[in-house]
Design a protein around this ligand. Structure first.
Ligand code: MN
Length: 366
């Protein structure tokens, strides 16, 4: 039995801090959902599991909910299981889930109750144990009931939960349905399909692992250091699990730091952005160093080419300074004035001290 396992797509995320790229990033999450369903179909998976936070919030434009359901309806396997997470939690009258259920195809199932679901009606010898979210925050997890229930040993038992895992995801205030590995291991299921943490855990699945958290399938910010991930689990007749990590995202958020002290440093940096490798990258670039005035001007003239090569650039080059030259000192300060005498007194080996004194004087003069 194969399970295609995704979590934390956060459809409807607005990316307000990324004005130039927001439109592309908003759309990307829907396109990625298409890609995921196609991939799951190509791999002939029986189960498509979405383990929470499919949506970023509890109300969304009807057309956006429809768009999502229609994509999931295209899953060709036995059943698509959708768990409400803490961002798209379910209540008595839940706009997204009421609409979702109206539009859902017959093999798309919202896990909206705390009770086991027998999958034999979908031709699968398995049962699902959902631990869903009824609120954005909770100090209590919802997996406790699972361990006390009788389980048919002839079936594969699939736990599905959303929340933080101790030691895996930070949850300092214990407000995201906190669970421990021990609790999960002791609940008597064969596999736990988890969601909530945006990183992949375990990132090298081994033979003994039964708890899996795929991470977001489409990168969503500078905290996301992977390319967007999904899991493909294969459960054997003896209930052994083998898991493949799939790369699924389109956009990347990258942080870079570069030191520029020469013409070749500048060339090298600009060359990195010469091809279209970075056209789907949100780049946070911090540049530091000291450049001769002429090179500094060159940098200011040429840096726009980086902006053009990436989807959005957040550039901080305030730590990149012009080297102070004798010529500049003579030009800027009257001969024999205090600043001129002070700045001229530094030897060649005291470049840093000269730079500091120059900046202090300029600061005072403001
Ligand atoms: Mn979550």
């Amino acid at each position: 039995m194969n399970i295609f396992h995704i979590a934390d797509l956060h459809l409807g995320l607005r990316f307000k801090n990324h004005p130039e790229a927001s439109e592309a990033l908003v759309q990307a999450r829907y396109d990625t959902l298409d890609k995921l369903v196609t991939l799951a179909n190509d791999k002939n998976t029986e189960i498509f599991a979405i383990t929470g936070d499919l949506f970023d919030r509890t109300s969304l434009k009807i057309s956006d909910i429809q768009k999502a359901v229609q994509k999931i309806n295209k899953f060709e396997g036995n059943v698509a299981l959708v768990l409400p997470g803490n961002h798209d939690y379910i209540t008595e009258d839940s706009q997204i889930w009421d609409r979702f259920k109206k539009e859902a195809g017959e093999n798309v199932l919202v896990l909206d109750k705390q009770e086991p679901v027998d999958l034999s009606e979908y031709d699968l010898n398995a049962a699902v144990w959902p631990a869903l979210c009824h609120a954005k925050h909770s100090a209590e997890n919802t997996i406790g009931w699972v361990k006390n229930e009788d389980k048919d040993p002839g079936k594969v038992h699939i736990g599905i939960a959303h929340g933080s895992i101790e030691g895996v995801s930070p949850d300092f205030n214990q407000q995201y349905f906190p669970m421990t590995v021990r609790e999960l291991n002791n609940s008597g299921v064969d596999i736990w399909l988890m969601g909530h943490t945006h990183i992949t855990w375990p990132d090298k699945p081994g033979k003994k692992d039964i708890i899996f958290n795929p991470g977001t399938p489409e990168p969503d910010g500078f905290d996301c250091n992977h390319e967007g991930r999904a899991f493909l689990h294969t459960i054997g007749d003896d209930k052994t699990i083998s898991t493949e990590i799939l790369s699924t995202g389109t956009y990347r958020f990258r942080k870079m730091e570069r030191d520029l002290n020469s013409a070749s440093d500048i060339d090298k940096l600009l060359k990195e952005f010469g091809d279209d490798e970075y056209s789907h990258t949100m780049l946070k670039l911090a540049v530091s160093g000291r450049l001769e005035p002429e090179l500094y001007e060159q940098w200011r003239e040429k840096r726009h080419s980086i902006r053009e090569a990436v989807l959005e650039l957040k550039l901080d080059d305030t730590e990149l300074r012009q080297k102070v030259t004798e010529e500049q000192i003579r030009k800027e300060f009257t001969e024999d004035s205090f600043p001129e005498k002070l700045l001229s007194s530094f030897s060649q080996s005291e470049e840093d001290e000269l730079q500091m004194a120059y900046e202090l004087i300029k600061e005072v003069q403001k």
